[in-house]
Design a protein. Sequence first.
Length: 286
Amino acid sequence: MDLRQMEVVVAVAEEGGFTAAAQRLHVVQSAVSTTVRSLEKELGSKLFERTTHRVTLTPAGEAFVPAARTALRAADQARAAVDAVRGELRGRVTVGTMQGVWAGLHRALASLRAEHPGVVVNLRQAAVADIRQALREGTVDLAVVAFDRQQQRGLATRLLSREEMVLLASPERAFADDSLVTFAEVARLPFVDFTPGWAIRYAVDRAFRAALVERSHTFEVNDIVAASELVRHDLGVCIMPESIAARFPDLAARRFAQHAPGWKVMVARPRGEVPPAVAALLRHIT
C-alpha cells in the first residue's frame, strides 16, 4: 500500500465517482479503477459498491477512508517540516467558507500567496452544516464561517467579526416606519428565505422563535444574488447580514426595532497540532 493508492481512494470517496476522481487527479478513469482494484486485492476487501448510477463506500471503505486521510495529512506535514528547514513553505490548505462571508478572507489569501507562493489553497463553498461535517471528517483544514455555540463544540475557534442583519426590500414597498421594522410586520409579507443548513437561515429562525412570531416563506433559495433579484422585483423581502445587504445599494434596508437577527463570523479548525501551511494562513486571517 502506498500514499498514491490512498489518495485515489479518498478522491473517489469525496467526489462520489471514478470519473470525477480522475478529473480531480488529472488522470484517465481507467488508471483510477486499476488503482482501486489493486488496493482492494491487496486488502482482501472491497472498498466501494459500484452500480450503474452511483459509487458508495462499503463498511470496509468507511473504515479505510478516515485512516487514509490521516496518513495523507501526516505525509504532507512531514514534507512541510523538511521544506521549513530549507526555509521554504509548501503544502495544501483546504478552506471552507459560505456565500458572502467576510470579505477579509480574500485579502488574507492574497497575502498568503505573496508571502508563500508554494502553498496551494483549495476554497470550498458550502452550507454551514456541510462545513461543520467537513471539519469533523478532516476534509477541510479550517473554515471562515458563522457558527452558533453548539456548532463550535469540539473545534478551536476565534472570532473575526459580528454584525446584525437587516431586512432588504424593494424601494417601492411601503412600511409603517421608514427605517425600522418588527418581526410581526415582516411575518405578514411574502418572504425570501435561504435553504435549511445556511447560517443566515439558522439566525433568522432563532430570531423569529425568540420573538414568538411564526412566518412562512414564499421563496426558498440557495444563492444570495437570486434572493436579491426576487427582492428587486418586489416578489418578497429578505433578511441578510448588513455587510451582504450593502452589496445591493439599490434595495432598501431597514433595521429591526429590537432583537435583530445576527451572526458571528469566526475562523474554525479541528483542535490539535496545526500544519505549517495552515498556521501561515491563520496568521493572515487573524
